[in-house]
Design a protein around this ligand. Structure first.
Ligand code: FAD
Length: 262
């Protein structure tokens, strides 16, 4: 690779992305621990850089700004014509910035964000899809389900703490949605056990997997996917958060052994 090619490939990621300053127009609970915040702003007319991966992905995400700190959230929906974006936040108690902010958010509040990024979209040629994670991945899983072709086959297996955490999903007829209720948050292998006994096709090489959520739970899922011999290139997998860590610490740990999934 020549230097010029290197420069061309890295230039977009070095570009300073604009901060979009938006106004909250609506908040609504969409489950026991999920709240949808809808915000609008004229600058969304230019949201999404055509040179970068992002909005086209079903796991498209933004960085929300809270003072000096940022928090990462999936774009649940975006309407350029209306200059409107919606984000679904897990309400997880009084700790942290984004969750408590979303719980208290009111129309008229300001929301600042940068982005989007994103990488995964369902491969319409995949013989079988697994979409899995916890509530934090429900926005991305919902968007992926909406993007699947009508004849898609697969399973969405979602770990929640209570029955009331289920939200309304509209999968294609051939995709089973299972809400796996686990009230014991210390059991980080719970979701991996469900995945191990899912109705996988005999040939896993043409399956596609999207697995994101709490870090330790995702590590356990990675081990099962290895045992099932799902090819690495067919898997989108990462921790979205880590229990007991604010996002800043969680992101910093990605560079250390404890933070690595693979
Ligand atoms: C690409 C990507 C997309 C994401 N999309 C979404 C999304 O659409 N919706 C969403 O809700 N989250 C999403 N997340 C996860 C979100 O960024 C983290 O949960 C983040 O830590 C929340 O910030 P906070 O300020 O509320 O809590 P922090 O200040 O980061 O953490 C404070 C405490 O709360 C705990 N905590 C954080 N998140 C959770 C949780 N979900 N459940 C229980 N305890 C928690 C932490 O372990 C810590 O102890 C995404 C993450 C990534 C990387």
């Amino acid at each position: 690779m020549t230097n010029t090619e290197t420069d061309n490939r890295t230039a977009p990621s070095r570009r300073q992305r604009p901060v979009h300053e938006l106004t909250v127009v609506r908040t609504e609970p969409i489950g026991r621990h999920l709240v949808r915040v809808t915000a609008e702003g004229e600058s969304l007319a230019t949201f999404g850089d055509p040179d970068l991966p992002g909005l086209a992905a079903t796991d498209s995400y933004v960085k929300l700004q809270f003072g000096d700190a940022t928090r990462t959230y999936t774009v649940r929906s975006f309407d350029r014509a209306a200059r409107r974006i919606a984000i679904d936040f897990v309400v997880h108690g009084d700790e942290g910035l984004a969750g408590p902010w979303a719980q208290r958010a009111q129309p008229g509040d300001t929301m600042r964000l940068m982005g989007p990024g994103g990488a995964y979209s369902p491969d319409h040629g995949a013989a079988w899809h697994l979409l899995t994670g916890d509530l934090s991945a429900v926005p991305a899983i919902t968007t992926a389900l909406e993007a699947l072709p009508g004849d898609a086959r697969g399973a969405a297996i979602i770990e929640v703490e209570t029955d009331d955490d289920r939200v309304d999903l509209r999968p294609p007829a051939g995709v089973d949605v299972r809400w796996a209720v686990n009230p014991d948050v210390t059991d980080t292998e719970f979701l991996a056990r469900q995945i191990a006994v899912a109705h996988w096709p005999a040939d896993r090489t043409s399956a596609q997997v999207f697995a994101h959520g709490e870090r330790e739970s995702i590590k356990a899922i990675r081990k099962v996917l290895r045992e099932l011999e799902v090819p690495r290139e067919r898997i989108s997998i990462s921790g979205y958060w880590a229990r007991g860590r604010a996002e800043d610490a969680f992101q910093a740990e990605k560079r250390q052994p404890i933070g690595q999934i693979d």
